[in-house]
Design a protein around this ligand. Structure first.
Ligand code: SF4
Length: 346
């Protein structure tokens, strides 16, 4: 197992030799430029960010200029970068820095993290680069590097694994050279230990990395576990009378589709008997699958044609003209069933 102290030493040496040194936001590393680049780089590649960053800095050279701009103009300079909540937060954050902090960025990660759109990792990056604070970053790239080098199993997005990664990231911090170290972590994740093609032969951790030693580069970090959605089945009886009316029933207030109208649920024979109806024509229709948040429902419809025009049965039942039934406040999958019935009856 790689000693924690050695990790920073190796990484700093590698960054000085092979890391990136000429990114636009590395020149004149002001909090404004670092902050802007960090926000732009979230979910976005460096090569995409560079021209946006340069145009942005040209139009809004400092936090005051950004705060004074209109929201529309900020969004117009962001257009194409995606995830527009970032731009709106960026603008709000600039205004807050001007009005609350007198135009100067707070100097600690903890205070930076209170500003709109600045998460724990971004706050740490600004504090480390601009104010030399010994503060840990943990974005997707860093999680990947740490999971691989130290062989950390489990999905990094889960609370337990994330907590473990944060404490590891903090334990690894060097006493000196925090800026180079932080840049090294970012560079290694972005250029060497990439998601799909880690270049282990050119990695400074090639000898110590658990994933490399055990051939687990592909399986670390672990993917989000697949959720198994339970499946249920329910039979629905679609009874159509001689006047092309469909029988619907109001659901009880609790449970799925509470209070909505749906065709009666249950077994066709029992239901027809209960309602004292005779259906000489019965036809099973294709199943329909509907996914709810916590389960998947297979609806098994049976179409029953009756050749009378019965009275409205007492209670929660109602006859509705088939052509209007799908607009009668029925849930989506039931609307599909009704349309299916309408097309079968032509
Ligand atoms: S040795 Fe390979 S898997 Fe391990 S950190 Fe380096 S590039 Fe990533």
């Amino acid at each position: 197992m790689l000693e924690e102290q050695r990790f920073a030493e190796i990484l700093i040496r590698w960054q000085q030799r092979a890391g990136r040194h000429d990114l636009p936001w590395q020149q004149a590393r002001t909090p404004y430029r670092v902050w802007l680049s960090e926000i732009m780089l979230q979910q976005t590649q460096v090569s995409t960010v560079i021209p946006y960053f340069e145009r942005f800095i040209e139009r809004f050279p400092d936090v005051e200029a950004l705060a004074a701009a209109s929201a529309d103009e900020v969004l117009a300079h962001w257009a194409g970068l995606g995830y527009y909540a970032r731009a709106r937060n960026l603008h709000r954050c600039a205004q807050q820095i001007v009005t609350v902090h007198g135009g100067a960025f707070p100097k600690t990660a903890a205070t930076l993290a209170e500003l709109p759109g600045i998460g724990r990792s971004t706050a740490a990056a600004i504090a480390a680069f601009c104010f030399g604070e010994k503060s840990a970053i943990l974005d997707g790239n860093v999680k990947r590097v740490l999971c691989r080098v130290f062989g950390i199993s489990g999905f990094p997005g889960s609370t337990v694994v994330e907590r473990k990664l944060w404490s590891l990231a903090e334990a690894l911090l060097p006493e000196t050279g925090i800026g180079t170290y932080t840049q090294g972590l970012m560079d290694l994740g972005a250029t060497v230990c990439t998601r799909g093609k880690p270049d282990c032969d050119h990695c400074p951790f090639t000898a110590a990395c658990v994933a490399r030693r055990e051939g687990r580069q592909r399986s670390l970090p672990e993917a989000r576990p697949k959720r198994i959605i339970p499946e249920r089945r329910a039979s629905f009886v679609l009874i159509v009378d001689a006047h092309q009316r469909l029988l619907l029933q109001r659901r009880p207030p609790s449970g799925i589709w509470g209070g909505l109208l749906v065709p009666p649920e249950g077994e066709a024979n029992a239901l027809l008997e209960q309602l004292q109806l005779r259906a000489p024509l019965r036809q099973k229709l294709p199943h329909l699958l509907h996914t709810f948040t916590h389960f998947r429902l297979e609806l098994q419809p049976t179409l029953c044609r009756i050749d009378e025009t019965p009275e409205i049965p007492p209670g929660e039942f109602v006859w509705i003209a088939l052509e209007h039934a799908s607009d009668a406040g029925v849930p989506t999958p039931i609307r599909k069933l009704i349309r299916r019935v309408a097309s079968v009856l032509g």
